[in-house]
Design a protein around this ligand. Structure first.
Ligand code: ATP
Ligand code: MG
Length: 332
């Protein structure tokens, strides 16, 4: 059975982009068809200016939402990254095969570093090295497939490069993983700025639909989405990104395809109304289950405790092998 690994950062409230781009696949496909491991990658949330209490709250909330979305601990492993030391242990070793030039070429580093500077902050070294920790997250589990949104393509490529380089220099140690992306809505765009990805750590605003938004808030955000000046509803990501985004969201929520849906609508208003209804419908069961789980924090904690134990058992032998291979003396 293929090993699947993926994660989500507790940097903000989870968004519709996280759900359609990643989580839904994990729930509907991966946990059934693969030996799947899902992680709240809290160490990654420390790479930008953060408030410790908020990161703790968001970590708990992200874990709860993963379960609310339908991850079943009987079928897959769910845990918090910082509970398993092997991630940090392996990350250091991989820093010894990665180069600083490689890190500086990462698009997300450039974007996030620029944003930190704009906010008047300094850029943490961990923001630069973050893709190496992500590579460690993936490689520590002998991962075959990494189901992620389109924005993570470059980081998974880097992970592959590091795995191949390590294997060539120090002997076969790591499985070389590949990224998988959803067919539609692999990159959900901000409803107010359809040129930018909907991201949970972006300044919150009317362009981002959060998984825990009330139905009337979702409706308002979708009805106010920026559309394009052209006439008629056509699916054209390059020329008509606002409408294309709505069509992709609607297609992802209803199981249709964006080209066919474009032919069904002759007004933006009707498209927005149906898209809003479809998003509300898809979020409703997740929100209901989230409320139930919030009333039972001991259950969520139990899942995370067992998940971390299982994860340690999977990762330790692989990380130990990497330590030996690169030249570290086994403990005596
Ligand atoms: P941040 O702004 O802190 O980077 P994020 O919203 O990008 O947050 P991540 O935790 O970085 O979320 O990513 C979790 C998963 O969600 C990844 O698989 C990522 O590819 C996917 N994802 C994030 N945003 C989108 C989006 N707008 N469309 C599709 N998938 C997305
Ligand atoms: Mg991201």
């Amino acid at each position: 059975m293929a090993r699947v690994f993926s994660g989500i950062k507790p940097t903000g409230n989870l968004t519709l982009g996280n759900y359609l781009g990643a989580m839904r696949r994990w729930v509907e496909v991966d946990q059934h068809q693969a030996d799947a491991v899902f992680c709240v990658v809290d160490l990654h949330a420390l790479t930008v200016e953060h408030d410790p209490a908020r990161v703790r709250r968001l970590s708990r909330q992200a874990a709860t939402l993963l379960l609310a979305a339908g991850l079943d601990p009987e079928l897959c492993t769910v845990f918090v990254q910082s509970h398993v030391d092997e991630h940090a242990r392996l990350s250091y070793v991989l820093e010894c095969v990665a180069t600083d030039g490689e890190m500086r070429r990462m698009v997300q580093y450039k974007e996030k570093a620029a944003r930190e500077r704009e906010r008047g902050g300094s850029v943490r070294l961990s923001l630069l090295t973050y893709p190496v920790l992500m590579a460690a997250d993936i490689l520590a589990y002998g991962t075959d497939e990494v189901p992620v949104g389109d924005d993570q393509r470059q980081h998974v490529e880097l992970t592959r490069d590091l795995a191949v380089r390590f294997n060539q220099r120090y002997g076969h140690t790591f499985v070389v993983p590949r990224a998988t992306h959803p067919v539609v809505a692999a990159r959900v765009m901000n409803l107010q700025e359809p040129g930018s990805k909907m991201g949970k750590s972006d300044d919150s605003g009317p362009g981002i639909v959060y998984l825990l938004d009330e139905p009337d808030v979702v409706r308002k955000k979708v009805m106010r989405a920026v559309t394009d000046s052209g006439q008629g509803v056509v699916y054209d990501r390059a020329e008509r990104p606002g409408v294309a985004n709505l069509l992709e969201i609607l297609a992802a929520c209803t199981g249709g395809n964006p080209e066919d849906l474009a032919a069904v609508y002759d007004s933006y208003g009707a498209l927005k109304k149906d898209t809003a209804d479809a998003v509300v419908d898809i979020l409703k069961p997740v929100q209901a289950r989230h409320r139930e789980l919030c009333a039972d924090p001991a259950y969520v904690e139990g899942v995370l405790r067992v998940g971390a134990e299982k994860a340690r058992g999977m990762a330790r032998p692989i990380v130990d092998t990497a330590y030996r291979a690169i030249g570290l003396l086994p403990p005596v």
